[in-house]
Design a binder for this molecule. Structure first.
Ligand code: ATP
Length: 314
């Protein structure tokens, strides 16, 4: 278990008659950036709240950083949280607020000030350090909120929709900021923008109705490590290509103008392409695009085509 930042088993939580978590099991390996994907009401915020010790579960176990459920003493300074609606004192200056959060994470006054300056620089708000929180735009406040979750370099960072309300340029900047943390800490990030998670995360968890419906590395889940999708020009008799691909030891399916080709586990897409593309070119196939695996969005949509049984969220 030493390689897990988070281990959850049988987690249940109701709000009155509403079942928010219905026996959730999930593992998050240490050092990954893990995307938490689920529709509205799937239980993502409730899960993060329980992991951070803000919400009590009704049943189940949560092991945070190998030390049991969140405990303010054992986990002091080791967990950072960006709540979905992060309220910060509007009348205080940005730099001061951030340094205060640094102090809460156990930094000395001088270390907290330095960390606050560094993080404000990273979220492009160095010039706003002296302004009051209430004078910032929504997107700027969101960036300060992300900075407060990262201050003190916690080992586990939980970010509930960090990019909501950010313009596209800042979404890209935020992605870069999270990537600089890869391997230094474990990040669990929820978002409804799957292309953003696909570009940032190396691990993914799908949630639906308070349960985990799929989990694994991004490469495994999307098939990026062993599947190639070839887009062909319309009008081609794609099924006619299948026997020659099978002759080369490849499993191929036709999906409209696309060939979905799967190689043996562990072969890798480069080796798969090396066998696949010569066959297609020799057959004169008009290749428009070659893509490793499906997009995260397509993977998610396919997983939802057959949702698991369970109570409907309220
Ligand atoms: P979203 O993507 O919309 O943020 P989510 O996956 O984060 O959703 P949660 O916020 O955890 O989902 O909510 C799970 C379920 O619990 C929903 O049905 C929601 O209505 C319910 N719920 C959450 N918080 C409360 C609360 N304080 N009181 C009553 N019901 C709640």
């Amino acid at each position: 278990m030493a390689d897990l930042a988070l281990r959850i088993r049988g987690l249940r939580r109701r709000y009155g008659a509403t079942v928010a978590l219905d026996g959730l099991d999930l593992d998050v390996p240490r050092g990954v950036i893990c995307g938490l994907v689920g529709p509205n009401g799937a239980g993502k915020t409730t899960t993060m709240g329980i992991v951070a010790g803000l919400i009590r579960p009704d049943a189940g176990t949560v092991d945070v950083l190998g030390e049991g459920p969140f405990d303010p003493t054992r986990h002091a300074g080791r967990v950072g949280l960006l709540p979905q609606d992060c309220a910060m004192p509007a009348s205080l200056p940005v730099g001061e607020v951030l340094a205060y959060y640094g102090r809460l994470q156990g930094l000395s006054t001088s270390m907290a000030r330095r960390a606050a300056d560094r993080l404000l620089d990273e979220v492009d708000l160095a010039d706003r350090a002296g302004q009051r929180i209430g004078q910032l735009s929504h997107g700027m406040r969101r960036r300060v909120a992300v900075a407060q979750a990262l201050i003190g370099d916690p080992e586990l960072v939980l970010l509930d929709e960090p990019t909501s309300g950010l313009d596209p340029h800042l979404v890209v900047r935020m992605r870069a900021l999270l990537r600089t943390r890869r391997g230094r800490c474990t990040i669990v990030v929820s978002s409804h923008i799957l292309a953003e998670l696909e570009a940032t995360c190396d691990h993914v968890i799908f949630m639906e109705r308070g349960r985990c419906t799929a989990a694994g590395s991004m490469a495994e889940l999307t098939g990026r490590s062993r599947q190639v999708i070839v887009e062909l020009e319309p009008g081609l008799d794609a099924p006619a290509l299948v026997p020659s691909l099978q002759g080369a030891g490849l499993r191929a399916q036709v999906d409209g103008t696309r060939l979905v080709v799967t190689g043996p586990t562990g072969e890798g897409t480069a080796a798969l392409n090396a066998r696949l593309l010569p066959v297609l070119l020799a057959a004169g196939a008009p290749i428009v695009e070659v893509q490793a695996g499906r997009s995260l969005e397509a993977t998610w949509m396919a997983s939802r085509a057959d949702p698991p049984p369970g109570p409907k969220p309220g």
